[in-house]
Write a new protein. Structure first.
Length: 482
């Protein structure tokens, strides 16, 4: 009531209250004939030394629906100054938070009619937006946007997706991650082009329009919708384009004054630029990327085409993912190999794992998983897979679980595993050095030639060191095998 919600809104969203004392829901379900184990399996009760009791109590209760409008879980918001502020019923056979969008069944018709979906973070953001008439709004429920959530939108008729998260560092970081998730889930059209050499290239263009509604500092969607609805309307109507946001983000994350920083930024931005559907707009951003990296536009286009050919066509990849309920193992064999080595690591390998560099991995999902593993080894001096998994988003949890399952099928450990892990790391370092050498060659033409030449010598020296280290490990592997 303190938020001024109308009775109609309270009824529409089924808002309620779970009392602070007793377990009224548990008692009610028992009267209906449900057994305690079934109630716990549904995430509605928990058991401890005091017995079985309601999972949510002394909280505002918000039902969570599946895409058909059936209640499959609940969120609870505390009414006091305690943590956690929000608590959700645990995942069950019918409820996985990362697979659902809050308010989707209420927003579906508006999304289809307007062909635009707006993604916010929390329950109250959605409720405020719907009450104000912005009924094409859904929420990720506080989690990082997942591929399953993004696909719900792009398969529901949305040709335009606007990400509107809180105006703070965490919100900006979540928005940047969300861009990649929506890109992967978006719609693509395939086409062909003939380059200046007369070669035919096949290219994918992203047809889903993705933007970021950058909120004023100090506001979240809930507060902005209530206090300045016209400002919210304007931000949704004219969000920051995906590429502009990505360029600004890369500039803040990488040292563009250094060759390695420009290289990292170029690698991050190249797929985004190459997927832009409008040829004029795409040419503009290729020009910006050329200025940033020092690599000629023609070479950037060639690199984009080469990188695009490495993977399967997006339509085929998506079809495979949608027919396979299990999360895919990461596609890069070198990176998957290192993760499988780490997954087989024991107590004696923790120190080695703590020194691994996640930046060697180019796949964002693999890099994120390895970063959590390295942090666990470094900070806690163990490899507690339950703790590691708990720190990941649902999709990464599934990928980690798949890696662990496949790693369990591989025998061996001890000294041979340590050598194998080091060898995999060296191969990844070698690949990264090769890529950077190629990029310095491209950038050397008239662009800060002297420092680039010095950097090339450093890279060649590093390559020699990696090669010697590989030879030593090959000798160690032969000795161990003998």
């Amino acid at each position: 009531r303190t938020r001024g919600l109308a009775d109609k809104t309270v009824a529409q969203f089924g808002l309620g209250y779970a009392g602070a004392h007793g377990s009224p829901l548990l008692a009610h379900l028992r009267k209906l004939g449900f057994k305690d184990d079934a109630i716990e399996a549904a995430g509605l009760a928990r058991s401890d030394e005091r017995g079985v009791r309601d999972y949510l109590f002394d909280r505002l209760i918000l039902p969570i629906w599946n895409r058909s409008g059936a209640v499959v879980g609940f969120g609870g918001r505390t009414l006091r100054d305690i943590e956690p502020k929000y608590l959700n019923t645990r995942d069950s056979e019918v409820f996985t938070k990362g697979h659902l969008l809050y308010g989707y069944h209420l927003a579906r018709d508006a999304i289809r009619e307007e062909r635009t979906a707006v993604i916010v973070e929390g329950y109250m953001d959605v409720i405020a937006a719907h009450e104000a008439g912005f009924t094409n709004t859904v929420a990720s429920m506080g989690t990082s946007l997942t591929p399953q959530q993004a696909r719900m939108l792009t398969t529901s008729g949305a040709s335009r997706v606007v990400i509107a998260l809180d105006a703070d560092a965490a919100g900006a970081a979540a928005a940047r991650r969300g861009l990649d998730v929506v890109r992967e889930a978006g719609d693509y059209e395939s086409g062909t082009m003939v380059d200046v050499r007369g070669l035919v290239r096949h290219e994918d263009r992203l047809t889903t329009d993705i933007g970021i509604a950058e909120l004023p500092v100090g506001d979240d969607p809930d507060s902005l919708v209530r206090s300045k609805p016209q400002r919210w309307r304007d931000l949704i109507a004219d969000p920051t384009p995906l590429a502009d946001f990505a360029f600004r983000w890369a500039g803040g994350q990488h040292d563009l004054g250094s060759l390695s920083g420009r290289r990292a930024a170029m690698r991050e931005l190249l797929p985004i630029v190459s997927e832009i559907s409008d040829a004029v707009v795409r040419a503009h951003y290729f020009g910006r990327l050329s200025e940033l990296s020092g690599v000629p536009v023609d070479e950037l286009r060639r690199m984009a085409a080469r990188d695009g050919r490495r993977g399967a066509p997006r339509a085929a990849a998506r079809s495979t993912q949608e027919t396979d309920s299990a999360a895919p193992i990461l596609l890069d064999r070198l990176e998957e190999g290192l993760l499988r080595c780490v997954a087989r690591a024991g107590v004696r390998d923790v120190e080695l794992v703590s020194r691994l560099d996640p930046a060697l991995l180019t796949d964002p999902a693999a890099r994120h998983i390895l970063a959590r593993i390295v942090a666990q080894a470094r900070d806690h001096h163990d490899l507690d897979w339950d703790q590691i998994s708990a720190a990941l988003d649902p999709t990464s949890q599934q990928r980690l679980s798949a890696v662990l399952e496949r790693a369990a099928e591989v025998p061996g450990g001890g000294a041979s595993l340590s050598v194998e892990m080091q060898f995999a790391t060296l191969r990844l370092r070698e690949r990264r050095l090769h890529a950077e050498l190629e990029e310095t060659r491209l950038a050397a033409d008239g662009h800060a030639a002297e420092p680039i030449a010095a950097r090339r010598q450093e890279l060649i020296s590093e390559m020699d060191s990696v090669h010697r280290a590989k030879l030593e490990l090959i000798g160690a592997r032969s000795f161990a095998a003998g």
